[in-house]
Design a protein around this ligand. Sequence first.
Ligand code: C5P
Length: 290
Amino acid sequence: MISGTATLIAGCKVNLSLRITSRRDDGYHTLESLFLPLPFPRDVITIAGAPDSDGFSLSCDDPALESADNLLSKAYTAYADKTGFAPRLRVFLQKNIPHGAGLGGGSSDAAAFLLYLDSLARESGASALSREALRELALSLGADVPFFLLNRPAKATGIGDILEEVDNPVTGMHLVLVCPDIRVSTPWAFAAWDKKNPENLKSALTSLREQDSSPLVQGVSVQNDLQDVVFERHPRLRHITDLLYAHNAAAATMSGSGASLFGLFESVTDAAAAAGRLRSGGERVFVHRL
Ligand code: C5P
């Protein structure tokens, strides 16, 4: 039983690069990606003991997210099924990370909650999980969840789950993150990419690399292979990216399967000017010093 309340902060991520390397038989795609955690936007998860409840209850400032499909509910069930540890908890989620944004918000919530449950199990004398078992449980919830267990800049391969911690390659730069009010479904984005690159995946990938003119920023090729199909469907995203470049971004692209976009800037003045212009156009914008 927990006394008082606990508050978990769950940040988000961008993919500085996202390259598709192959398609697996189960429909997932293998990737080469570079994940960068960001402190904002961030979700706040408040947890209280609920002695009279059945087990787990979830409420959220966005009632549409209160379902059993929420990754917090799935994380609780998966942890309880795996370990038998099922404390009675009431959870409130303050959702600030937009979903369908490519920022990994749901995955971040799930990872923060798994780490919390595991530390609570350990404190309660129940059998907590090994690091590898926790990673496997995280992966069963979604391809991005293992990254948020680590929550450090990392190169990812596999389906985004094989992680190698790296130094932040863009330290000192300014990142302007734009969260348009457009939601993109991740399965849709990968399926649209498949449709465009149907038969000979190998030659499609070779020609993609040959055409590659993506900017190199401190050795990182800032590029997202899903960007073309998402921009075709949502031309406003291309317009925002152009605007970031017009304000001297060293590079600008989409995060994950979109619809969030980011620009990397050498100059804080350029970053602030781009952010101001986008905000005055009604966009939700976060500026980070990396
Ligand atoms: O694992 P997650 O729930 O985040 O993935 C959602 C969907 O995105 C998958 O069902 C799959 O269609 C697609 N996906 C993919 N390759 C990846 C990650 C996700 O095809 N590496």
